[in-house]
Each structure stands twice: as C-alpha cells, then as structure tokens.
Design a protein around this ligand. Structure first.
Ligand code: GLN
Length: 485
C-alpha cells in the first residue's frame, strides 16, 4: 500500500477495496517504525486521524459523495495552521502556541476529505537549507542517514521519500520546497506566487513565500494543486484566476516544446549533478523538445538580492513575536522592555537573530536606499529578464542544487549555506512556478534533482513537461534502503 500514489490510494478507497482506517493504520505503523530514526514528524495526530478515517468509512458506506483526496494522509510543514494544534515553526519561542484558526490549505484539504496526520520539521521559521536550524530536532536524509534532507521543508521531503505519507505540504521562500525535494529524490513544486493562499502560513518573506506540495509522482502534485491552487478572500495577494486544469493536461505530448538553458549560469556544479543535468536534457530532446540557450546571467545577483529582501521582510514579520502578542514570555523579565528583550533573546535561535539584525540594518534610514531599494530595483530587472527568456522558450531547465545531499554538520559558515540556494531563489524573485523532479543518483545513491521553471501562471505546463519525463524514467519509484518493509 505504501508504494501506491495518492491518486491510486484514493481510487482504491472510493471503490471500496481499501478502507480509510486501513490506510491510516498502514501509515501510522510506518511512522512509528521509522520516524524515531528519521525525525521527519514533529507531531502526529493519530487519535484524531483514526477517528476521521472511521467517519469517512461510514460516509462512503452511506453512499455519500466523497472528496477528491478522500482518505489520503497528508503532512503539513509546522509553519501552517491546523486549528487547536500547535504551530511551532520549529522554534523554542512557539512551543506552546496553538493555532486559533485553520490555514486556507487546511480547510481546502479537509473539504476534499483528506486527513491531516501531523506536522513536519523545518529550519526555525523556515530559515535555512538543512533543517539544522530547527530548535526541536534533527531530521535525517532517508537515502543516507548521516546527511541532511535539505531545508527548510526537510521534514516534509524526508517523510515523502521514506513513504511515511503520500502527500505533504511545504513552503518555499527561496527554495525550501525544491531543494529538500531534490536532496531527498522526490517531486517538490513551488507554484506561481499567489496561486496558493498564504493565509495561515506563518510569514517569513511575504513577497516571496509560497506553499506547495511534495509527492512521489507528478499526478499527485497535479491533484494537490487543483485543490489548493485557488483564490482565497483572506489573502490579498491571492490570484483571482480559476484553478488550473492540470491532471487532464498531463498526458499532452511535449513535442516541439522549447526548453531554455541558461548555460553561462551553470558553473560550479558537482560532476555528478552536471552529468545528470545533461542526461535529463537528452531525455527531453528524445521526447521531441528543442533545447535553446537563454540569458539569465542576472541571476548571479539573486543570492545578494534575496538575502536583503527576505531578511528585510522577515525582520518586520517577526516583530510580532514579542512575548506578549505571540511567543513564550521570559520568566526573567520584570520591566516591559525586558519582556521584549529577554523573550526574543531566549526564544529565537542564532540564524533567526542573524536575519533580524541584517533585515533591520538594510531597512534602517541611512542604508535603505543603498541596500533595500537597490535590491528592489534589481528584482525588477530579474522579472524583465525572465520575461525576455520566456519569449524565446516555453520552460527553463536548471539544476536544483550544485551538489547532492551534504553531511549534517559539514557546512559551518552561514554564507556557504546561502550559496547553495543559487538555482532556486530566482523563481521566488520572479514569482514564477518551478518544480524539482527526481533525475538521478550519485555513485553512493544520493538523489539528484532537475528543475523546470515556467512563466507566471503556467503551472500546468511545468507539470505536463515533468510528467513526460516521469513516464520514461523510474527514479521516482525507488525507495531508500532501510525503508522498504
Ligand atoms: N534556504 C533559504 C533561506 O535560508 C530558503 C528558505 C525558504 O525557502 N524558506 O532563506
């Protein structure tokens, strides 16, 4: 059962060959067996989920209409709200915070009879690329337990790779869905900015944040997107467009499609990543796509721009965590100032503090023009360059990361960690959809990803091209050793 996709499982449920309770039990058994080693989940809702499954089985037996995700266990990154449950953001600050309302994605999933089974680990407040910034636990890469699963949505990626659930959500501000998807050998999709409502997602960089799915096949990504990719009144940046038709378009041939490659931007790749990239392009050529060159050299500035804009927005967003409105209050504090100071000192980890300081600096009156405003201007240029590139091609192909998964603890310099985001940040700056697809392995069986980026609102086209690749490869079917029983 755990090898089946969400699409297959929900079909078996609706046909009556598998009950929701059987599905829940199957996955909770796996979580109990493997999560202590893997550390993917922070919380599981076993009792509640089992009860929901029981009700769903009864609903089906009564012959009532059931939803498109009926009986599918789904994990949420722990920066999205499920009413009445904790949203920790993997921070000491929020260990006791209970969500007062549901995120829009939570509501949409439950309307389709999906069952939310728990919350997954992340870098504190989604800041990081390895899950090592989580204040709560370490998550391991199921393909090699001494390696990081990536981040910040590393818990969701690891859970999907180890088949602890068939679908999960993450959030992506600068690559946090695609990078862990790549390092864990699963599909991870960052939709067009505004396609999925951010209501109920704890904000990091509001102009960059986007929720998106992880799965082991493109069909499941497409199914999930048709459900969560819709307008929401509660998010002013949510697009008004009707939900995309993705599933029904997956099978369209990609013959004649133009795939742009920004060759001059592909320096510093490990040999294995480069090899897998070239091989994947070959597959696309064989499928009838035309490979053309595009200029995205502007993206060499993307890390610099991102770490100005994202930290500026984060420093503002995180000001609400003051020990009064949100967050654990310091017991040492006597005066009001001390409540703010001590609560923030004790609550936030080192990386979050670093970003608040950097963000406050680039927004300060003397430096705003030199850093923040300039970065905004270069961001506009990035948008223009994407537009120009997409006038020459339908989709753009790049690697997701310069290397495969790295050992936990091996990257000590925060700047070195930031550089690993070079291929993912562009899509957030441009607001464009991008999907990480499993595209190979290193000699020691660490996964390698391949990234397809589309123009804004062409989410369905990105999925269609990924599906064509999936049909002729089998990387996505592989299950890490040690998680196969
Ligand atoms: N790794 C990037 C960072 O540390 C991206 C994080 C994200 O997408 N949430 O900011």
């Amino acid at each position: 059962m755990y090898k089946d996709s969400a699409t297959e499982l929900t079909k078996q449920f609706s046909q009556g060959s598998l009950s929701a309770q059987e599905i829940m039990k199957g996955y909770f058994d796996r979580i109990e067996k493997y999560n202590p080693t893997l550390g993917a989940f922070l919380t599981v809702y076993k009792e509640k989920a089992t009860l929901q499954a029981q009700k769903l089985d009864e609903k089906r037996k009564r012959g009532e209409k059931i939803g498109r995700l009926a009986a599918i266990p789904i994990a949420l990154k722990d920066n999205m709200h499920v009413k009445g449950e904790t949203t920790t953001c993997a921070s000491k600050f929020l260990t006791n915070f209970k969500a007062p309302f549901n995120a829009t994605v939570t509501e949409l999933l439950e309307q389709e009879d999906a069952i939310i089974i728990g919350k997954t680990n992340l870098d504190e407040f989604a800041m990081g690329s390895s899950c090592e910034n989580s204040a709560l636990q370490t998550t391991k890469n199921p393909w090699k337990l001494t390696c990081s699963p990536g981040g910040s949505s590393g818990g969701s990626a690891a859970a999907i790779a180890a088949r602890l659930c068939p679908l999960a959500l993450g959030s992506d501000t600068g690559g946090s869905i695609r990078q862990p998807a790549s390092l864990c050998g699963v599909y991870g999709f960052k939709p067009t900015y505004g396609r999925v409502s951010r209501y109920g997602l704890v904000a990091f960089g509001s102009s960059l944040d986007q929720i998106g799915p992880f799965a082991n096949c493109v069909q499941d990504i497409a199914l999930m997107m048709e459900i969560i990719g819709r307008h929401s009144e509660k998010d002013s940046t949510s697009t008004f467009k009707e939900p995309d038709v993705i599933v029904a378009n997956l099978n369209k041939p990609i013959k004649g499609m133009k795939i742009g490659v920004p060759w001059q931007f592909l320096e510093g790749l490990s040999q294995e990543v480069r090899h897998s990239f070239d091989e994947t392009l070959k597959i696309y050529k064989d499928l009838g796509a035309e490979i053309v060159e595009v200029d995205l050299s502007i993206l060499k500035y993307s890390i610099a721009i991102y770490y100005i804009l994202a930290t500026a927005e984060a420093s503002t967003n995180l000001s609400r965590f003051d020990g009064i409105r949100y967050g654990n209050r310091s017991t040492k504090a006597v005066t009001l100032d001390e409540v703010y100071d001590f609560s923030r000192q004790e609550g936030f980890g080192a990386e979050v503090k670093r970003r608040i300081m950097l963000g406050t600096f680039v927004l300060s009156s003397g430096y705003q023009e030199a850093y923040y405003r300039k970065a905004q201007k270069v961001r506009t240029l990035v948008l223009q360059k994407y537009k120009e590139a997409f006038s020459k091609c339908d989709l753009i192909a790049t690697p997701v990361t310069p290397t495969a998964a790295f050992e936990i603890g091996s990257i000590k310099d925060p700047l070195e960690m930031y550089l690993a985001d070079i291929y993912t940040i562009g899509a957030n700056l441009g607001g464009v959809p991008a999907l990480s697809i499993p595209a190979g392995f290193t000699a020691d069986a660490r996964p390698i990803g391949f990234q397809l980026t589309g123009p804004q609102m062409k989410d369905a086209l990105v999925c269609q091209a990924a599906f064509a690749h999936e049909l002729v490869t089998d990387y996505y079917k592989k299950i890490p050793q040690g998680f196969q029983e």
